[in-house]
Unconditional design. Structure first.
Lengths: 322, 101
């Protein structure tokens, strides 16, 4: 496929990226250990180091984000000062990626000091531990998800996420505009950011800068929801199929020409239908029907195959009579 | 600050050029549409890259999605007949400051 691509392998996440995302979504802040912000979070998950603080280091998940909540602090306060410092140092010595203190509590001075000493960022978050773990897990999954961007216009047609691809000037945006006028939704015009979720679903979104806008030749940039209402746009949509628009080499489109196959996107197979574009053909209607046909197949009906099978059965029945 | 690489044959010649966005307001709608126009009239492949994100220069929306502000370093890559001219035309556009806007 032509178009812009970004490498789609599993991404490593730095503490800085986690902090940045956590700042806006749950008010996370840096307390100490600034020098370690470029450290990688090797496992995108959260660990409560209770057993480690008690001195048990078998199976210590040191690659994960370490969270110190109410229970951990209660335990730390039950220790005398020397023991507490030693136990905490033992956790930091394992080169954990970062330590998060929840419930907006005052961070113990020894934790601050250890953060700077081992260059391990110590973060603070106002949420209670349970909420933090839930939010951080979702955030880390999102940040570490394989992603790429593809040149194409993403639309939603009757609940089906369709990415329109094809060389510049084949009318991707015009087709999307016609689809929006028919009541379907625009997700992104000309660039789609794709992200592979743990479930295996590929989610398409628009880059922030161009969200809800389209560029239509001869009209310039338009704001879709202002013109067609809030139902005409959607911020993200699962990718179900790709419709590739192609200007045929020959002027006439052969009857019977039908190209359908699968292509790999972020390691997942995605159905791809090629539609020849030519003056006088209602591309939007064709794309709409391609989407419906896809839905029908998902429901277990392959219209073309069933038609052919019935035809073959009829023919052989008739020739059997003679 | 530019380098051209020779491919295997004449048609496989790839032009690569790095440059910095000079204009105060960054790579906004007007320069983007001028660049897309040049790129669209060029038959080969032409892309612009910023921080690992690559978009086709033929799409205004693609170029705008880069959000390239002043001082951003970008890389223009083109291949095909007339690639050299397309790249230098784009470079000319990006050298302008668009202060009249």
């Amino acid at each position: 496929m032509r178009g812009a691509k970004k490498k789609g392998s599993e991404r490593s996440v730095t503490v800085a990226a986690f902090l940045d995302a956590g700042k806006t979504s749950f008010g996370m802040e840096l307390v100490s250990g600034k020098a370690g912000l470029q450290k990688q979070i090797l496992e995108p998950a959260v660990n409560r180091p209770g057993l480690a603080l008690a001195g048990f280091f078998h199976y210590f998940a040191f690659r994960r984000i370490q969270v110190l909540g109410h229970a951990e602090h209660a335990y730390l306060f039950s220790l005398d000062e020397v023991q507490r410092a030693n136990r905490l140092a033992a956790v930091f010595e394992r080169h954990v990626p970062c330590v998060v203190v929840t419930r907006k509590r005052r961070v113990l001075p020894e934790i601050c000091r250890l953060g700077d000493e081992f260059q391990i960022p110590v973060l603070r978050c106002p949420a209670v531990t349970g909420h933090f773990i839930n939010k951080a897990t979702v955030l880390m999954e999102d940040l570490s998800a394989p992603r790429m961007s593809l040149q194409g216009t993403m639309v939603e047609i009757y609940g089906i996420g369709v990415l329109l691809t094809g060389p510049a000037g084949t009318g991707k945006s015009e087709t999307a505009l016609a689809l929006v006028k028919r009541g379907h939704c625009l997700v992104s015009d000309d660039v789609a950011n794709l992200r592979l979720e743990n479930s295996g679903a590929i989610i398409a979104t628009a880059p922030d800068a161009i969200k809800y806008h389209m560029e239509v030749r001869g009209l310039g940039i338009i704001h879709v929801p202002s013109l067609f209402g809030v139902t005409s746009v959607q911020s993200s949509k699962r990718l179900n199929m790709i419709v590739h628009l192609e200007r045929p080499a020959a002027e006439r489109i052969d009857p019977g020409s039908r190209k359908e196959g699968v292509i790999s996107v972020l390691g997942k197979d995605v159905t791809r239908v090629v539609i020849p574009v030519a003056p006088g053909r209602d591309t939007a209607a064709l794309v709409e029907v391609a989407a419906l046909n896809f839905k029908l197949k998902v429901l277990g009906h392959d219209a073309a195959k069933e038609f052919d099978e019935r035809l073959i059965a009829n023919i052989s029945e008739r020739s059997g009579h003679e | 600050m530019n380098n051209s690489q020779d491919g295997a044959g004449e048609s496989a010649k790839v032009i690569v050029r790095d440059m910095t966005i000079k204009n105060k307001r960054g790579f906004h709608a007007r320069p983007a549409s001028l660049v897309a126009k040049i790129a669209f009239n060029f038959d080969g492949d032409i892309t612009i890259e910023k921080d690992g994100t690559v978009v086709t220069a033929k799409s205004v929306m693609g170029l705008l999605s880069l959000e390239a502000g002043k001082g951003t370093r970008i890389r223009i890559t083109a291949s095909g007949d007339g690639a050299e001219k397309a790249v230098s035309d784009i470079e000319q556009v990006l050298k302008q400051t668009f202060e009249e806007l």
